[in-house]
Design a binder for this molecule. Sequence first.
Ligand code: DGT
Ligand code: CA
Ligand code: CA
Ligand code: ZN
Length: 600
Amino acid sequence: MASKNLEIAKLFDEIADLLELAGQNRFRVNAYHNAARSLRDVMADIAELARQETLTDIPNIGASMADHIQEYLERGRIGRHQELVGQVPHTLVALLQIPGLGPKKVMAIYENLGVKSLEDLKRVLDSGELAKLPGMGTKTADRIRQGMAFLEQAGQRVPLGAARPVAMSLVEQIGKLPGVERVEVAGSIRRGKESVGDLDILCTAPVGPAAVEAFTKLPPVERVLAAGQTKASVIVRTRVGRELQADLRVVPAESFGAALLYFTGSKPHNIHLREMAIKRGWKLNEYGLFEGEKMIAGKTEEQVYKKLGLSWMEPEIREDAGEIEAAEQKRLPKLLALDQVRGDLHVHTVASDGQNTIEEMARAAKDMGYEYLAIADHSKSAAIASGLSIERMWDHIHQMRGVAHRIKGLALLVSTEVDILADGSLDYPNEILAECDFVTASLHSGFQQPREVATRRVLAAMENPYVSSIGHPTGRLIGKREAIDLDMREIIKAAAETHTALELNAHWERLDLKDQHVRMAIEGGVTIVINTDAHSIGDMELMEYGVITARRGWAEAKNVLNTFTLAGLKKWLGRKRSQPRRPSRTGKVPVSRGQEEIPF
Ligand code: DGT
Ligand code: CA
Ligand code: CA
Ligand code: ZN
């Protein structure tokens, strides 16, 4: 990844935040955030594209963004950025990251109490000054405190989707070093956890120190923390600009399996296995399984598991959450695999806030080997995501049908991502929803509502006969925004009763449902649907993260709607629509005060 791309992306994000603080409207703010995102996504060096005068070919880069980029490449600064920094202290940007603290409140705290940093903020929270400000109160102060605590514990970890590509690239490069025969990523990455603390990589090598030295010189490596005979720790930079520690351990070939098992974890899984070994009078560590001095297993993971009376287990379920008992009783799940996925039922197009047309998305889905794709753009109330008015939606339906008719070898499904409004009603009338083959209903507002109100909104949406699935049910953004407080047990129960799917949104910033909720849903008899929510062709590749998360939730293909054949999918969808209408259990949800617009 070219570093200029990241530098400019960072400045664009900062301009967006500063504009937000200056009270500019969301469209302007988002234009900069979107441009930053595109810069991180392009593989090519931005300076090279500038030379070729093809900057505006990048999605979200128009003439004025291209000017900013040119300016940075020529002068190493962006005038607009400096202007804004002159108006608002740019340290305030850090405060905006705190969940529960929007631009208006940040400015109020700055103007009235002179708060410019996290330390200042802590001080006025502790002294009670913040709570005394007009419009703040103790509730707001508590929410800010919670937000700060959330950031503190989340801030150390890097989302899987940011960490995994670097890990994979390191593994690939280590595999090419002379004499290296085995190399694997272990730790939380191998288990597919939604966020990772550090990277743990293992390899075999004929000469330890040579492999260690070559490792410390690989491209993603920024700094070397330590390098010894068989171990090195370095700092690498991810595509989203986050720093991450990576440890390489060179291990003997005869111990590779034991080392892989140990360093894959999880720690509770290891401890459980070690106790089983001790019960048999053996010893288990990262070098092998030992009877006295004699090594009885260690070259492969399978050998170690087998000696302990267990079959090999997929890394995603190694959390000591029942997998060892299941292996003993030979009832391990046959986990879902990526190649079982037959389609994506939630993607956006240029009609709302996506970057590609219906046709382009459909062709890309076909190229991926999918059997079906549902185009689901935003509904009318999602103004900042260019949601479609009723009139535009009718036209859009017409266009989707047109493409569906033209394209061969892919079933293009007409769909929408309809907002669940504050009172639990839906943003489109049933006449439109009835026209859709698949309907995803999502919460995009009211994230601070009390648990009971938010839960009832989702229940009300599920009662609509046309709603096929609830999109990104808890609304969380990993490390950035907490989940909506929902009664997941109630929601899972109602999803099973109303024959509504729950989405596992595969974007690595969401992974929502999360792994534990997936498991709860499946146990509750709910069908999940794994969708990428792609806003561009490239995003459709994110399906992998959804599959990994589903596997962590013990999902098998039969639990996942988009592994069904087209005929199976249609049959499943038909069941809810042909069900007799039940009397509403929830009724309308009272509109709560203080509804706020939440960025997508
Ligand atoms: P992370 O890095 O926080 O995302 O999570 P992990 O699981 O990668 O944890 P990490 O990097 O601290 O250690 C890698 C693996 O090494 C871990 O999953 C299990 C194993 N491990 C680490 N410390 C211990 C320990 O004290 N006892 C046992 N049995 N295993 C350990
Ligand atoms: Ca780790
Ligand atoms: Ca580690
Ligand atoms: Zn959404």
